[in-house]
Design a protein around this ligand. Structure first.
Ligand SMILES: Nc1ncnc2c1ncn2[C@@H]1O[C@H](COP(=O)(O)OP(=O)(O)OP(=O)(O)O)[C@@H](O)[C@H]1O
Length: 312
């Protein structure tokens, strides 16, 4: 039923190696994805997104914690669960000497209820490349063929690991539309991406990972709401006043003001400018975006690590 949990991850950790070589790629991951939701896993390189997906998909075992997908253990109940899953790995492993159509037909042969091959080639915009061997496809075309393989079995749950990496802007837009259509048809989707506009445009919920842990999560609006807005103005001749609740720093010939209450700060600034006959040139005020949140995370947490002097 819509709203029921489809993916449930509790205190999940994934460790590589053992003894002195032990390395936790994911630590104490907690997340729930409801039926029909599109959940985005974002994060810096090496944050643990793919490692998390692999455990949730049942491709590797959790070191600790538990994972349920459609109420099943993705490793122990793989056989029962597999027909309901569509998986697009970061690197597809299709045979290089087959054509796109042969590869997809072969893949369809492993599914219990596949869509017609030509229909799926059409949906991923690969009809005119269907007789091309996989090894001659461009990076973006190969990515679209991987997506075709992930959706041909009509999955209830779809995992997409960086689905639009290497795609040109038009193909990216088409892929977003296809993902949105799949979501609208009720498929539960979990994706990783480095494209923040992709996350902003597609995700109902997201989690931002850094060094194996989730450091922010919620809807895009919730993640952004916790983050201060920024006002930038060219440095005026008069010293700017103290603006309650705001922080100021000089950046070249500009002053950057960060504030959690942008409307109040902006009002204070404009009133001060009017009283003092100051023209505020280059004035630019903008709410936080996913990009500003994301960029501040690496800064903030790496700084924290340096101060603590210990690895996370
Ligand atoms: N098989 C492995 N053995 C040892 N370490 C691994 C293995 N696979 C991944 N790692 C390490 O685990 C960490 C997390 O990797 P992972 O691929 O999950 O990150 P990611 O967030 O998907 O990164 P990216 O955005 O670069 O794809 C990295 O430091 C990586 O080097």
């Amino acid at each position: 039923m819509k709203g029921d949990p489809v993916i449930e991850v509790e205190a999940m950790s994934r460790r590589y190696g053992s003894g002195k070589d032990a390395f936790y790629a994911v630590r104490d991951l907690e997340l729930t994805v409801a039926e029909g939701q599109l959940f985005g896993l974002l994060g810096t390189n090496g944050a643990g997104k793919t490692s998390s997906l692999e455990v949730i998909q049942g491709l590797s075992r959790a070191t600790d914690g538990s994972v349920r997908v459609l109420g099943m253990d993705p490793v122990r109940e793989r056989r029962e669960l597999r027909p309901s899953l569509g998986i697009m790995l970061q690197k597809g492993g299709l045979p290089q000497d087959f054509t796109a159509r042969e590869s997809l037909s072969m893949w369809a042969g492993t599914c219990s209820n596949p869509l017609p091959v030509d229909e799926v080639l059409e949906r991923v915009d690969m009809r005119d490349r269907s007789d091309t061997r996989v090894k001659f496809l461009s990076g973006g075309e190969a990515r679209r063929l991987d997506l075709a393989c992930a959706i041909i079995g009509q999955p209830l749950v779809l995992f997409l690991d960086e689905p639009t990496t290497g795609l040109d802007p038009e193909s990216r837009r088409n892929t977003w539309q296809l993902i949105a259509e799949l979501k609208a048809s009720g498929v539960t989707i979990m994706l990783t991406t480095h494209y923040l506009d992709e996350a902003e445009s597609l995700c109902d919920q997201l989690a931002i990972m850094h060094r194996g842990t989730v450091v922010r999560s919620g809807t895009v609006a919730e993640v952004v709401a916790d983050h201060p807005a920024q006002i930038k103005v060219r440095r005026p001749d008069l010293l700017l006043p103290n603006l309650p609740g705001a922080e100021m720093r000089v950046d070249g010939d500009s002053v950057v003001i960060t504030t959690a209450t942008v409307q109040e700060t902006l009002t204070d600034l404009l009133i001060w400018a009017q009283h003092n006959n100051v023209a505020l040139s280059g004035l630019d005020a903008r709410a936080a975006s996913l990009e500003t949140v994301f960029l501040s995370i690496a800064d903030q947490f790496d700084h924290h690590v340096k101060l603590e002097g210990a690895p996370v």
